[in-house]
Design a protein around this ligand. Structure first.
Ligand code: NAP
Length: 306
């Protein structure tokens, strides 16, 4: 396995050396010439969780700008539907059914991408599931399942893609959440998985300073998608309803646009939604006040478990 994925060390050393001769681009130049289409055209972008919500919106957005998108998720029929939309406007999509919680699937995803395109420019670790239960009575297996997808899925995909991203001077992206920074009552496993994700991604960013790897952490706020319908209840079954008003949330398309902008500007991290920004700001300054607001907000949800 290692043989297939590990780049030849000499190749890696050479590519670092070659790139180190390139002049640093000035920020103003960068912003000028990184017109979206120019930036995305021909780029190879792997998106996990591409069959629904934010992942689907990013896939369509980036493919419409000329990127070769690699769509990964478990359900082939849903992936195919996204692939058909992309094909309808002449875009390019490679579909690789993947369960990111399975290590060999992630290896296969990266391998298939390299086989088809020979490089990886951007890896977007977006696949995710949520949960909703009080920790007092949740089946512990629920927390493990959430962790296996949200945290370990990112670790596995990143592990196999990282060397290739270094060579392409590409971007590593994680779709985290406001609750990667703050608590989220009724979602212990979900908040823990996003905190773990942030620690992992932030540390890779620092480790890769010498290689100038771009690492973007997206702290999404409430976004209209399937995540709450599919969130696991205390027994580990999908709750099949959303306890919040999805219509009042940011759209997945808007999130995709924000990620596209952040990629072109090689931003370090972004925090989305007005409420999301507000609670992060407050939590950093007055955490005990933020705790109470978070409790009240989540306790008033329909059938709140807390
Ligand atoms: N929506 C929000 O309010 C919100 C807020 C903050 C952060 N986020 C984050 O945004 C990301 C996308 O979520 P979303 O809101 O777009 O939810 P969504 O509509 O439910 O989409 C989730 C995607 O992840 C895939 N997925 C789930 N488990 C997987 C696995 N084991 N392997 C591969 N793919 C898997 C799903 O496809 P399959 O089921 O077919 O595998 C689906 O494509 C998640 O990381 C989520 O935590 C969402």
């Amino acid at each position: 396995m290692r043989e297939l994925i590990d780049l030849n060390k000499e190749e890696l050393r050479k590519s670092r050396k070659d790139l180190s001769h390139l002049p640093e681009q000035k920020e103003t130049d960068k912003n000028k010439n990184l017109e979206s289409k120019d930036f995305f055209g021909g780029k190879v972008i792997i998106i996990t969780g591409a069959s629904s919500g934010i992942g689907r919106a990013m896939a369509i957005n980036f493919a419409s700008k000329g990127a070769n998108v690699v769509l990964a998720a478990r359900k082939l029929d849903r992936l195919n539907r996204v692939g058909e939309i992309i094909a309808s406007f002449g875009g390019n999509a490679l579909i690789v059914p993947t369960d990111v919680s399975v290590h060999r699937d992630c290896y296969f995803l990266i391998d298939k991408t390299l086989e088809k395109y020979g490089k990886i420019d951007i890896l977007i670790n977006n696949a995710g599931i949520s949960m909703r239960a009080s920790f007092l009575d949740v089946d512990i297996d629920v927390l493990q399942r959430v962790m296996n997808t949200n945290f370990w899925g990112t670790v596995y995909c990143t592990r196999h893609a990282l060397r290739h991203l270094i060579v392409s001077k590409g971007s590593l992206v994680s779709i985290s959440s406001i609750c990667g920074i703050t608590p989220l009552p009724g979602r212990t496993g979900y908040a823990a998985s996003k905190h773990a994700l942030d620690g992992f991604i932030d540390t890779i960013r620092v480790e890769q300073i010498p290689n100038k790897l771009h690492v973007l952490s997206v702290h999404a706020g409430f976004t209209s998608s399937n995540i709450r319908n599919r969130a696991l209840n205390r027994y580990g079954n999908e709750q099949r309803e959303t306890p919040r008003n999805e219509e009042k949330m940011m759209s997945a398309e808007k999130v995709a646009n924000e990620v596209a902008k952040a990629l072109t500007k090689r931003k370090r991290d972004i925090t989305l939604t007005r409420d999301g920004k507000l609670i992060v700001w407050l939590y950093k300054r007055l955490p005990a006040v933020a705790d109470k607001i978070l409790y009240k907000e989540m306790a008033k949800e329909v059938n709140s478990p807390i």
